[in-house]
Design a protein around this ligand. Sequence first.
Ligand SMILES: [Zn+2]
Ligand SMILES: [Zn+2]
Length: 482
Amino acid sequence: MSRRGTVLYKTLQGHWIAFLAEVSGGAEPELPRFVIEEVESFLKCGILANGFLRVVCDGCQENRLVAFSCKRRGFCSSCLGRRMCDFAAHLRDRVMPRVPVRQWVLTVPHGLRFRMAFNPDVTGLVLRTFVSVVSRWLRRRARAVGIRGLLKTGGVTVIQRFGSALNLNVHFHTLMIDGVYELRLGGPPIFHPVPAPTDDDVAAIAGAVLRKVADKLAGLDDVAEDAAVAGEPLLAGLASASVAGVVATGARRGGRVGRVVGPVRPGEATVVGRRCALVDGFSLHANVRIAANDRDGLEHVARYLARPPIAADRLTALPNGNVALRLRRRWSDGTEALVFTPAELIAKLLPLVPRPRKHVRRFHGVLAPAAAARSGIVPRPTAAEASKPTAPTGTAYRLPWAALLKRVFLVDALDCPRCHGRMRIVAAVMEATAVERILRHLGHEPRAPTLTPARAPPERDLVVDEPSGDFVDPPGPEDFPA
Ligand SMILES: [Zn+2]
Ligand SMILES: [Zn+2]
C-alpha cells in the first residue's frame, strides 16, 4: 500500500488540523516544537511530491524515484521499522558475542513513568541504578560458584515509551549477557556463564532496584522536570492521561496539570510468575533467555525491542470514522482490539515522541562504546561483510550526495531490484515545479496530500456508539516477544 493510503497517515492528514484547533481553542497550539515537527515530518515522509532522488542502475538501466524519509523516532512506522531492522542486525553482527543473553524488563509505577517521560535525567538515573543492581547480582552469582578475578558484565537497553495500548509507559528492555567476563592482563577476556536467577533472586533484585531508585530520586533536583512540565502544559496533560490510561482531549487544556508523582516507598517484593516479581508498582521480568548460538533468536528479540509503537497493519479504519488497533496479544479480559476516535489516537501518539537529542538505546559495561575490553568481546565482521560497500564510492558524487543519502527513504533503494547491482543517484529533485513535472510525466501523483481543515461542527460528531478508547492495564508482562 502506498504511504498515503495507510490508516495512520489518513488519520493525521484528516484530523491533525482539527485536533490542533480543538486543543488550542483558536490560539497558538501549546505543544512543544519537537512534537509538532514530528507530525509535520511524518506527513511528508515517503511522499514523492515532496521531493525525491532519481537513481539508475548502470548494469540494467533500471531507474526509479526514491522519496525522502522523515527519520523520526516517535511513531513513523516506516522509519522506525527501518531502524528496528538496522538495530537488530547491528546487535547480531557487531555487538553481541556468542554467549547466552537474558532479557530483563523493568517497568515502573505510573508516577515515575510520567517523570521519566519528561526528564531524561530521571530516566538515566533509574536505568543506571537498574543495570548496576543486575550487574552486581551477576558478579555475586559468579563468585558464589567459584569464579574469581576482575569480573565485568555487559548489556544493551532499549528504552521503550509505549505499552501495548499505545499508552505512555517509559520502561526498559535490557539484554544482559547472562554471565561475566573475567578480564586478564595479556589475554582476551574469558566468559563464564552463571546459573539462572531463581524466582526469589528476581524478587530480591526488584526490591533492591526499588530501594536504590527511591534513595536517589530523593536527592534529585527536579527543577528541569518542573520547568518542562510547566512549559508544556498540553503535552503534560496528554501524557498524564496516557499514563493513567484515560482518554484525554483538548477539553483539559487550561486546567492545572494533574501530576501523578507519588513518593515511592520500599515494600515487599512478591513473586507473581516465573522469574517475575512485583514491588510497589515496579515489575521485573527475567524469564527470556537466548542461547549462545541462537543468533536468529537474538535478532528476533532485538527487533521486538526496537519495534515501532504501531505496526501499520494493526490499524483498521472503521466505517464510522474511528480507528481500531488490534492488540498483539489478547488481554485476559478478552479484549482483542482498542477503538479510538481520530483525536484520541492523535492524543495517544504525541506523548510517545521522544525528546530530541536523547538516546533511546544504551550500551552497558563491556559493550559500552568506550569500554577497553569491548574489542576483544564483540564479534568481528566476517570478510564478506567487511568488504561489502555501504555507500557508493565514486568520487564524482560521493561527497555531494552523502548528506542526501542519509535522508533516503530506504538505503536499500540503491540495491537494484532487477539485477541487484548497485544503483547510482543521478539527481535530487526538490524544486516544486520540477517535482510536479517529473511526477506527472511518469504517471505518479504529482501533489502532496492536503491536510483537512478544521470543520464545524467538530469531529466529535463522528463518534457514534462504538466503545471508547478506554482500556485497562493489560495483565502480566505486556512487552514480551511472542
Ligand atoms: Zn518517516
Ligand atoms: Zn540493475
